[in-house]
Write a protein that binds this ligand. Structure first.
Ligand code: 13P
Length: 287
């Protein structure tokens, strides 16, 4: 059964480790992540962007697939199904469809409007038992056509949003989605520290987990980050493994063209990457 992300993240924050949010794109992704979490006795969050939700034939399809896998694969570790960077309408659609967690990305609204909409969703999510993530300060890079600049959030605005009763807070600290450019300045630990001092026990969320050096990840966890989102890195290893299979001509040997064979190297690559991240985040055996 899907669970809200609240309990697993409160535990992670108190225990100084982080739970990974791994974004899903299809059946292979979902199965690879769930099996890896189970094998490593780790809690996990499956992230679904609005674009990925549309690609997978809608939020109800995603809920059906994930719930089916939890049962058929005997997944007993805590799993949350989470809307990633949702707009206001998408949050309601996911609540309705059976997600156990949503992110309302109000960072594009003026702070007053972000506050008003977040406040409303706090109430709805609390009534229905879902966890809610809010965002302050746009997170850079491109995601589903939205381009941010990698800015740093205002710690006072973070406190204003945290005080509304959200379960977790994503704050821009110089992180960006996708690959980091050569001249990236790194995470702003000064900003993160200031945010954590004002927001206290609130689990903080680090987006753009792809390509952040391990030492920065560990330092971010020590400063209150309890959820780390990873998407691009799984896509890169999947593409690399699939390319290798085809370049080696394996799809032309016997029934190598069978999608169950063709997609197997990419599936294994995602599993290895997710395990590697769980080790760095410290979530293994924390289920
Ligand atoms: P990356 O694609 O950079 O790993 O970012 C993932 C993310 O933050 C999803 O919200």
């Amino acid at each position: 059964m899907l669970v809200s992300a609240k309990e697993m993240l409160d535990k992670a924050k108190a225990g100084h480790y982080a739970v990974g949010q791994f974004n899903i794109n299809n059946l292979e992704w979902t199965k690879a992540i769930l099996l890896t979490a189970q094998e490593n006795n780790s809690p996990v969050i499956l992230g679904v962007s609005e674009g990925a939700g549309k690609y997978m034939a809608g939020y109800k399809t995603v809920v059906g697939m994930v719930n089916g896998m939890l049962e058929e694969l005997n997944i007993t570790v805590p799993v949350a199904l989470h809307l990633d960077h949702g707009g206001y309408d998408a949050c309601y659609k996911c609540i309705e469809a059976g997600f156990s967690s949503v992110m309302f990305d109000g960072s594009k609204y003026p702070i007053e409007e972000n506050v008003a909409k977040t406040k409303e969703l706090v109430k709805v999510c609390a009534e229905k038992g879902l966890s809610l993530e809010a965002e302050v300060g746009a997170i850079g890079g491109e995601e589903d056509g939205v381009i941010g600049m990698g800015e740093c959030a205002d710690p006072k605005e973070c406190k204003a949003i945290a005080d509304l009763g959200v379960d977790m807070l994503a704050a821009g600290i110089g992180n960006i989605h996708g690959k980091y450019p050569e001249n990236w300045a790194g995470l702003s630990f000064e900003t993160l520290d200031a945010i954590q001092q004002l927001t206290g026990a609130m689990p903080l969320v680090l987006h753009g987990g792809t390509g952040i050096p391990d030492d920065m990840i560990k330092k971010a966890i020590s400063l209150g980050v309890a959820k780390i989102n990873v998407n691009t890195e799984c896509q890169l290893v999947f593409a690399e493994a699939t390319r290798k299979y085809i370049e080696e001509g394996k799809d032309e040997i016997g029934k190598g063209y069978d999608p169950r064979k063709l997609l197997a190297p990419g599936f294994d690559a995602i599993k290895a990457k997710v395990k590697e991240k769980m080790e760095i985040f410290g979530s293994i055996d924390k289920a």
